[in-house]
Design a protein around this ligand. Structure first.
Ligand code: ATP
Ligand code: MG
Length: 399
């Protein structure tokens, strides 16, 4: 049976985790402080460690650092850091110390198990050959401030650019469950599987998840929306959160095209996303909606640093200039994408996204810049790789 080492000094957390993990079929070892954790790691060689941050004797960061230093590149035990602090710096510190993932307490047991299964399938003993670097595991959401502003266009093309230009492993999720457009934009028939094919399974594991993903020619994996609107109700916020959490353990970027309706499902996606890009155009109803969305996100305690504004069709005449839109919102746009209707609509009608079929179009260059900006904020440790990719892009485009 797969051995899990739980490291936490609180008796009730220990009990709860022990119960949850045993129910799920794992063998559990428990350490109450950092030094005991290191001893058990050496003697029991667990398949995965759940590691609390604040511990007596040696804290979680110290434990993770020591384990990584001792392992060298011979082996890699997956570590999930459990933190009670919500600060981004804490998460970053945890990941730098050598954790593969983190969970903020309190967390849902389904999410914990999903992340554990993802990491175990990636680093488990059944996987032969050299260990590859762990995925970045970032979730990027695109939210349209109103219908038809280009959220689908931008999310699909950004996902492709992250993969083709920056060499990232990417999964694109169509979370517009009732009226998802990805089958149209990517020329895929209704016979392809969707997220609802996961919902009847008693347990979602990485193998099942992989079996419903569709490979796009660009190399991006897709999780499609159901083929009919009534099927959308089968997908609950909890289930989708579990699926997204598992995808994060498998990919560098999980790019999500989000529905407009700000219900539980959408709020849960936005809340878990590492970055939310609100896509809008410069018109009064978008300005009003963006203000309302910013307000709603503020109310749920969303960290404003994770929020980016993307002005699409920025040079189209709307009667409201970029400057006027920025001063109405009292903030600047992080991204501006120009209006190129022919490129956008013909890509859509042929089912071949422009970043893939027309990489030299100015619209594609702008999307690549957006992908680079996203990657630069999440992958500081691999700047050299991104730099090489940029050089390649620059060379290809004669810049
Ligand atoms: N930068 C652009 N320049 C010109 N046309 C664009 C641009 N971006 C998107 N479009 C066009 O705008 C239309 C709407 O785009 P898209 O479907 O991506 O928007 P959306 O926000 O996802 O809409 P929905 O509310 O239906 O989900 C499409 O016809 C698309 O080709
Ligand atoms: Mg859309």
């Amino acid at each position: 049976m797969t051995k899990i080492l739980v490291v936490d000094d609180e008796a009730n957390v220990q009990r709860l985790l022990q119960y949850t993990l045993k129910q799920a079929g794992y063998t559990v070892w428990v350490a109450g402080d950092g030094q005991e954790a290191l001893k058990l790691w050496q003697s029991e060689q667990p398949a995965l460690i759940l590691l609390d941050v604040s511990l007596p004797k040696l804290d979680g960061y110290g434990v993770a650092e020591k384990i990584r230093a001792d392992e060298g590149d011979k082996s890699h035990v997956p570590i999930i850091m459990l933190t009670s602090e919500k600060e981004v710096e804490q998460k970053v510190r945890g990941l730098r110390a050598g954790a593969d993932d983190y969970l903020v307490k309190p967390f849902h047991q389904a999410e914990l198990l999903a992340r554990m299964r993802g990491l175990l399938s990636r680093f488990g003993p059944q996987e032969g050959g050299p260990k590859s670097r762990p995925p970045l595991g970032k979730m990027i959401a695109f939210y349209g401030a109103k219908g038809g502003v280009g959220a689908t266009t931008i999310s699909i093309n950004t996902a492709i650019a992250l993969h083709t230009e920056l060499d990232r492993k990417v999964c694109l999720v169509d979370a517009v469950l009732q009226f998802g457009d990805h089958r149209v934009f990517l020329d895929l028939g209704n016979d392809r599987k969707s997220v609802t094919d996961l919902m009847n399974a008693p347990q979602i594991d990485a193998e099942l998840l992989k079996s419903v993903l569709v490979k796009h020619d660009s190399g991006v994996d897709l999780l499609l929306a159901p083929t009919s609107p009534e099927e959308a109700d089968l997908v609950t916020p909890e289930n989708l959160a579990g699926v997204l959490a598992m995808l994060r353990t498998m990919y560098d970027y999980v790019v999500v095209d989000v529905d407009k309706r700000l219900g539980d499902l959408v709020l849960s996606i936005l809340d878990h996303a590492d970055e939310v890009h609100i896509v809008m155009t410069a018109d009064l109803s978008c300005l009003k909606n963006v203000r309302l969305v910013l307000e709603a996100l503020r109310r749920i305690g969303f960290d404003p640093k994770r929020l980016k504004l993307a002005l699409n069709r920025s040079n189209a005449f709307t009667g409201i200039s970029v400057g006027a839109a920025e001063s109405a919102l009292k903030r600047e746009f992080e991204t501006k994408i120009t209006n190129e209707y022919r490129v956008a609509i013909s890509a859509q009608n042929t089912g071949s996204p422009f970043t893939y079929s027309k990489p030299d179009a100015p619209l594609s260059h702008e999307i690549v810049e957006l992908a680079q900006a996203i990657d630069a904020s999440f992958a500081p440790q691999v700047v050299a790789v991104a730099g090489a990719a940029q050089a390649r892009i620059g060379a290809g485009r004669g810049r």
